[in-house]
Write a protein that binds this ligand. Structure first.
Ligand SMILES: [Zn+2]
Length: 346
């Protein structure tokens, strides 16, 4: 294989860390890649760094991965796509491109002095804990922020306008983001970025009542949370090249964060309550009413995931599909666990 570029070497080094939240490997990753840039912990364990004077964009990713265990994993890289090595698949439950890809992008933008408040969130995979705590504990933090832009989305094309069926960014913002990337490409070329209303939950959703435009951008990974997870490295590097020269002043800020809008999203089946909430969920945000908030938290932390999946298999299947998991990938996961014979029954 051809000699790796410096970008590829850094990406491979970052992607080798299996980082369940709160583990020593996560700490080692932070100390190697984030602390040297100047990131410090906020009271909610998020890693925060500000570039520029009074920036109005918050860039977002998350430091944890969904690996079953911590440690260092080996990778397979064919010059284009990064996956777990065959040996690593025996030991590792996923690649962790979700969201190592987003972290790499942010570190590159910092090195290039792109202005912004950079937040690498704590414990996204455990239910957006760091972002939820920040929104609740320090809403003042967002008073000058016009847009919260996460790099934590499958594929190559999404500028997310809705998360779990609720609008979190305006169509005008999404169009302006795509146009900004196209302009950075130059020569009249067009990227494939476009508005996408099928977003699932990520950290920026927690800011939708505080920040006008809350989105999530495709960073070139697929089949996240599985052993088949892959990262298109070329897409990631190309996106970095565009973001460091993009004209951020072209972003259009149009949404009113005070308006809760469930119209138009493609995740309409969540209307009426994702977490078994009553229809009050539609009318009132849980954080606006302390007693609701407590009930909401209780439902989040009590009971098992399996009970929920058993009760709402259609919702679980739709979420898996929205994460990019195909029937074939799921069958591979099941046969890894129980053998091929287990699939004969389905
Ligand atoms: Zn993620």
């Amino acid at each position: 294989m051809a000699k790796l570029t410096q970008d590829e070497r850094t990406i491979l080094a970052m992607f080798s860390y299996m980082r369940p939240s709160g583990t020593p490997t996560e700490t080692a990753f932070i100390e190697r890649f984030l602390t040297p840039l100047g990131f410090t912990r906020d009271p909610f364990e998020n890693l925060v760094l500000t570039v520029g004077d009074n920036p109005r964009i918050l860039w977002s990713s998350h430091v944890d991965t969904v690996h079953g265990k911590e440690g260092i994993q080996t990778l397979n890289y064919d010059g284009e796509t990064l996956t777990l090595s065959k040996a690593a698949k025996l030991n590792s439950s996923c690649l962790g491109a979700d969201d190592t890809a987003g972290i790499w992008l942010m570190t590159e933008m910092i090195k290039a002095n792109v202005p912004g408040v950079y937040v690498v969130h704590h414990a996204e995979e455990s239910g957006c804990i760091g972002s939820r705590d920040l929104a609740k504990g320090n809403p003042e933090f967002f008073k000058d922020i016009d847009a919260a832009i996460a790099f934590d989305r499958i594929g190559y094309t999404s500028v997310i306008t809705h998360q779990m069926g609720m609008r979190t960014a305006s169509d005008r913002f999404a169009l302006s983001f795509a146009a900004m990337i196209d302009d950075a490409l130059g020569n009249g070329e067009k990227s494939k970025y476009e508005a996408d209303d099928t977003g699932s939950y990520t950290d920026t959703n927690e800011y939708a009542h505080l920040v006008p435009e809350c989105t999530n951008i495709s960073v070139g990974y697929h089949s996240q949370h599985t052993r088949s997870e892959s990262q298109h490295v070329g897409h990631l590097i190309a996106l970095r090249n565009l973001l460091v020269r993009a004209d951020l002043s072209k972003l259009v800020i149009a949404r009113d964060p005070a308006v809760v809008d469930y119209a138009g999203g493609s995740r309409g089946f969540y209307r009426g309550g994702f977490y078994g909430h009553s229809s009050a969920w539609d009318l009132e945000e849980p954080w606006e009413n302390p007693s609701n908030y407590t009930a909401f938290q209780d439902r989040r932390t009590s009971g098992s995931m399996e009970d929920l999946v058993r009760a709402y298999p259609d919702v679980a299947a739709n979420i898996l599909a929205s994460y990019g998991m195909s029937r074939n990938t799921l069958m591979d996961e099941i046969s890894d666990m129980y053998g091929d014979a287990a699939l004969e029954a389905v």
